[in-house]
Design a binder for this molecule. Structure first.
Ligand code: PLP
Length: 393
């Protein structure tokens, strides 16, 4: 069909620049070892931190829910698509997060869009960390509020932005809890103090901290002992929780408001029973099997140390997200390709996901990797890194 020549031209340029990427289909379930192109490879690119994607209890909950309640819901939440399990799950989530209420969205992405686009008006201002997730950036694009960006985790820059915005009705500071490309943790205690000093609202997107940090994986707010001092916590059910969805944990007023004004909530169909039932089971597994989080952190320390001992630069990571910094985009993709040859799946990440000149291979270990698998992966990193000249022998 004619008409898209202009897109093909741009795609050709991407191929020439070595930045065109194909999707990589898995032929198995998501696990520590997966099959790609008929080959066994060690998975180091998923967000399946706790191995819940294929946990027997979650699978059984999903099967039972499909059997009893069907494959779909047939409506948006606000018309005919709220099942009692949706509300039960939201109560369970709120109790888990130590908040008054919670509301579930189709994804973490839409949760951010719903909140940021709805709770602020042109009388307000949103103040955002420059490295916040794309879904926050897009959410901010949808709000009528004024916008200010502060330098990444820079408290002076944040304070300047707060001081410069005293004329607005409400100031909302928004930050990732754990930054998805570098694996560093936001300095939340200091951010919360600044927000309290300037009477600003604070919102934390805990997508990469849910299931990872805090008691039983309650997130960064709980990790830092800040329960009750963060106005809005956004989380995802798609990463460590192992299923799909996003949520806002906050006050009852925020929940009620989002039910009326959160456009993804109003205009997109609710989660099928399989998803909700599996999520309910996942929260219970977090409580019943804390050893998964212990194994995750053991593996994190082990693998990070192993990479550093080989001479790799792992940036400022403090969490299971461990980047191997390369710099040049082509080289990062080369490293990723070589790793795949040696049986390790670790994706290269380049501009626009990270800044130009900061390309990297990003790894995420899970609780399900054995030490033997991690050693095998480190051996592959050693060979590939030496061949490309990122580390010396
Ligand atoms: C992954 C991620 C999201 C999106 O979550 P989904 O449930 O996958 O849509 C939002 N915010 C951050 C910080 C993320 O890392």
């Amino acid at each position: 069909m004619k008409g898209f020549e202009y897109l093909e031209k741009e795609l050709d340029q991407m191929r020439q620049d070595g930045v065109f990427r194909s999707l990589v289909p898995l032929e198995t379930d998501q696990d520590a070892v997966v099959s790609i192109d008929g080959r066994r490879v060690i998975q180091l690119s998923s967000n399946n931190y706790l191995g819940l994607t294929n946990h027997p209890r979650l699978k059984l909950a999903a099967v039972r829910a499909a059997d009893q309640f069907g494959a779909g819901t047939g409506s948006v939440r606000t018309i005919a698509g709220t099942f009692s399990m949706h509300e039960d799950f939201e109560k369970q989530l709120a109790a888990f997060k130590h908040t008054e209420a919670a509301l579930v969205f189709q994804s973490g992405f839409t949760a951010n869009q719903a909140v940021l686009a709805s709770i602020l008006t042109k009388e307000d201002v949103v103040i955002s960390d420059e490295l916040n997730h794309a879904s926050i950036i897009d959410g901010i694009r949808l709000t009528k509020a004024a916008r200010k960006i502060y330098k990444h985790v820079d408290l002076n820059s944040l304070e300047e932005a707060l001081q410069a915005s005293s004329g607005y009705r409400k100031r909302l500071v928004v930050t990732d809890g754990v930054f998805s490309m570098d694996g560093n943790i936001a300095p939340l205690p200091e951010i919360v103090e600044l927000c309290e000093k300037y009477d600003a609202l604070i919102m934390v997107d805990d997508a990469h901290a849910s299931g990872v940090l805090g008691e039983n994986g309650r997130g960064t707010v709980n990790h830092f002992g800040l329960d009750g001092r963060v106005h809005i916590q956004v989380g995802t059910l798609s990463k460590a929780i192992g299923v799909l969805g996003g949520y806002v944990a906050s006050t009852k007023a925020v929940r009620d408001y989002l039910i009326h004004k959160g456009r993804p909530f109003l205009f997109s169909t609710s989660h099928p029973p399989t998803v909700t039932a599996a999520c309910q089971e996942a929260i219970q597994v977090l409580i019943d099997e804390p050893e998964r989080i212990e194994r995750l952190w053991y593996n994190t320390e082990y693998f990070k140390k192993g990479l550093q001992e080989l001479g790799f630069d792992t940036g400022k990571s403090k969490t299971p997200i461990t980047p191997v910094m390369v710099g040049d985009e082509k080289k990062a993709h080369q490293l990723s390709d070589k790793l795949l040859q040696y049986g390790v799946f670790a994706q290269g990440i380049a501009f626009p996901t990270v800044q130009k000149g900061q390309a990297r291979v990003r790894t995420i270990v899970t609780s399900e990797h054995t030490v033997e698998l991690l050693d095998e992966a480190l051996e592959a990193f050693k060979k590939a890194g030496q061949e490309i000249g990122i580390i010396t022998e």
